[in-house]
Ligand binder design. Structure first.
Ligand code: ATR
Length: 274
């Protein structure tokens, strides 16, 4: 039996099993199953050992362990190294468990244009400074005109900025939690706020009421309309949820584990709407 897992806390919202089990069935991978489990931080080491001992064939990592898992691993791929964030575990050698990052790829391919075109000259406002933030920032940090970051724990936003060379860091500005830059083109929620129904970020985005072209992008895909997106829609701003990013990162993980490049067809997209 080949067992795959997604681990995190909370984990109830995760639709990864639905997608991966759909592909497992579609591509006739006998004796394979994908499950979700809620784990505590002290369980991470055991999970990595299970990958090393072939008890687990592959693992997805979600909030809040994308960074915390790193010291337990034997190596990282290029995106995981750059972002210091891991969402996929893969056994690469007899005893080596590597951390991969397919979030960056997922985020890039969630837009119809390449990041360097999509973000050219744009002002981007990022809410949050967790593992996924550093993954997606690689997509636009060079192309964007200006990047604003706000995080409940300001220090984490500062650390994120400090990871960049001066030439890049000078276009990154930290904004106090609860405040907004006066103008921007894209507001991205990378926090976990909204996973539970009725959670509010507590940031007032009314300042963008007359800027109908501002795109509010929530990386959360379940629920498919968070309060962050609902409020934006009611204000008349553009909105986008994390569905495509989620599917594309899942696809990349599945391919790394099985060698099969699955299709993102209408049916798999529909699975997320149920
Ligand atoms: P990971 O590394 O797996 O991405 P994380 O570092 O815990 O997980 O990231 C979660 C993000 O959601 C962080 O930006 C976190 O803010 P803090 O750095 O202040 O913890 C944010 N977050 C989680 N709960 C929040 C809340 N109730 N209000 C505001 N931000 C929250």
């Amino acid at each position: 039996m080949k067992k795959y897992l997604v681990i995190g806390n909370p984990i109830k919202h995760s639709l990864s099993p639905r997608i991966h089990n759909y592909w497992i069935k579609k591509y006739n991978l006998k004796d394979s199953v994908y499950e979700k489990i809620k784990v505590e931080e002290e369980d991470l080491e055991g999970i990595v050992s299970q990958v090393r001992n072939d008890k687990l064939a592959g693992v997805n990592i979600t909030l809040p362990y994308k960074k915390k898992i790193i010291p337990l691993l034997d190596g990282l791929d290029e995106y995981a190294t750059q972002s210091q964030s891991v969402n996929t575990l893969l056994k690469v050698d007899q005893n080596m468990v590597f951390g991969l990052n397919t979030d960056t790829l997922g985020f890039n391919s969630s837009f119809s244009e390449k990041p360097e075109i999509q973000y050219a000259g744009k002002d981007v406002f990022i809410i949050g400074a967790g593992g996924v933030t550093s993954s997606i920032m690689f997509s636009f940090v060079l192309a964007a005109n200006k990047i604003y970051i706000t995080n409940r724990t300001r220090k984490k936003a500062e650390q994120l900025k400090d990871n960049y060379p001066n030439s890049v860091a000078k276009k990154i500005e930290i904004i106090s939690w609860g405040e907004n830059p006066k103008v921007c083109d894209l507001v991205i929620n990378t926090t976990s706020v909204g996973l539970k129904n009725n959670e509010h970020l507590g940031i007032d985005f009314k300042v963008y009421k007359d800027s109908k072209n501002v795109l509010f992008y929530d990386l959360i895909y379940n629920p498919n309309e968070t309060n962050f997106l609902r409020d934006a829609r009611l204000r008349g701003n553009k909105t986008k949820n994390g569905k495509m990013m989620f599917l594309k990162q899942a696809l990349a993980s599945f391919e790394k584990w099985t060698g099969i490049n699955p299709q993102v067809d209408e049916e798999v997209i529909k699975l997320l709407d149920k």
